[in-house]
Ligand binder design. Structure first.
Ligand code: GLU
Length: 420
């Protein structure tokens, strides 16, 4: 029987568990269970054939106790209001855990961007940003790329906003192209950060990442760079996949060659130097040391958790593991480096980009990369130590520790501001 998961319900369950763990009570739970503001917009886009198409988009601003809302915008045919709210809540925790001066926000448009021409995509992106222009801003809410959005999307957002507000507001979005105030490091940041987190976990669990086998689900921006850097760190990436399916080679895949094939043909499945093709479901259950889910949410559920064989899971995607699945993984002793820790590299470098924009362009790429690495390592160890020292590790996973640190920080900021 297949179970459908509502990410918002999952996010609220995780919040409830953390509130209980910290002994904070209903007052705090209620104050954090809902976004501060939720905007839904109806967008009209002139299509290339002359017809007009209607799209629905959202921006969920979950919490601003620690600073302006921050988080990406996704374009996906299944995006819905609850998903966007859940993702905005996760951004609040992610930003708090990373020690950034940001609250959490997230946006989305229900669209299959692969079906739009570049012109249609530009008109849709401009319409969306114009519709939310009054709630975003350098010190209000700072969007960035997420699933199926990229630096070009951010360039359109930046331009549309600057046109409407009659200025040059580079800091209104991050993840911009280099020519418009972006950083090269932002491109690799999520995947590189996940690779660093997985490496640190591997040191704890196996004594090192060298020679360890890895499977990566998803070969987009996060998955590709996670695979690339893990293999550069000496791990053996034996399987990768994308929405069309996966590939397996027990001797390891040449990630750069796979990337070339993906760019040329649209999918990793056309890469020929493999032992066999696999499905996305099979990939998750492979007998590997490290599993990196880097696609979408709710892929590890109570249905397959029992069959997961990896010892370490580093979550590059947001919300890939359901709370029910998490219980199974914890009882099996599998170390889950949770999304809000493992994939924070993106927003950590977004923060560097935003600071840099406000200083008029000052930071060097090497500095940005070094800061990212340092922050990922420190954050990993802070969560690991909290988990090992303050929690019963047979009952709680690393996620509980990460959430406890994050929720406590947001709670303290809310208290200091006099909100509760
Ligand atoms: N969309 C990314 C995330 O989920 C990055 C957000 C940002 O850079 O603001 O963390």
């Amino acid at each position: 029987m297949s179970v459908t998961h509502d990410p918002y319900e999952e996010a609220k369950k995780q919040l409830r568990q953390t509130i209980d763990l910290l002994g904070l009570g209903d007052e705090v739970y209620e104050a954090l269970a809902y976004p501060e503001r939720l905007i839904r917009v109806r967008l009209l886009v002139k299509m290339d054939d002359g017809t007009t198409k209607t799209f629905i988009g959202w921006r969920s601003e979950h919490n601003s106790a620690l600073g302006p809302y921050k988080g990406g915008v996704r374009y996906h045919p299944q995006t819905n209001e609850h998903e966007v709210i859940a993702l905005s809540m996760w951004m609040t925790w992610k930003n708090a855990l990373a020690g950034l001066p940001y609250g959490g926000g997230k946006g989305g448009i229900r669209v299959d961007p692969k079906k739009l021409s570049p012109g249609e995509l530009e008109r849709l992106s401009r319409a969306y940003f114009a519709a939310i222009a009054d709630v975003v801003g350098v010190d209000q809410d700072i969007p960035a790329p997420d699933v199926y959005t990229n630096p070009q999307t951010m360039a359109w957002y930046f331009d549309e906003y600057s046109r409407i507000k009659r200025g040059q507001y580079f800091g209104v979005v991050t993840g911009k192209p280099l020519e418009l105030g972006g950083l090269q490091t932002r491109v690799i940041s999520t995947g590189y950060g996940t690779a660093v987190a997985a490496r640190e976990a591997a040191k704890k669990v196996f004594g090192g990442v060298e020679g360890r086998t890895v499977a990566v689900q998803g070969f987009g921006n996060a998955g590709y760079y996670a695979a690339k850097f893990l293999s550069e760190m000496g791990a053996i990436v034996v399987a990768v996949s994308d929405s069309k399916g996966g590939i397996y080679n027990s001797k390891g895949l040449n990630i750069e060659e796979v990337k070339k094939v993906k760019d040329e043909t649209g999918s990793v499945i056309n890469y020929s130097n493999i032992e066999r093709k696999i499905t996305n479901e099979e990939l998750l259950e492979l007998d590997v040391d490290i599993l990196v889910p880097a696609a979408i949410e709710n892929v590890i559920t109570e249905e397959n958790a029992d069959r997961i064989k990896a010892k370490v899971i580093a979550e590059a995607a947001n919300g890939p593991t359901t709370p029910e699945a998490e219980k199974v993984l914890t009882s099996k002793g599998i170390v889950v480096v949770p999304d809000i820790l493992a994939n924070a590299g993106g927003v950590i470098v977004s923060h560097i980009e935003w600071v840099n924009n406000r200083m008029g362009g000052w930071i060097r790429e090497e500095e940005a990369k070094a800061r990212l690495e340092e922050k990922m390592v420190n954050n990993f160890h802070a969560v690991w130590d909290y988990w090992q020292k303050k929690l019963d590790t047979s009952k709680y996973n690393m996620r509980a520790a990460a959430y406890a640190i994050a929720v406590e920080r947001v709670y303290r900021a809310m208290k200091l501001r006099g909100w509760i």
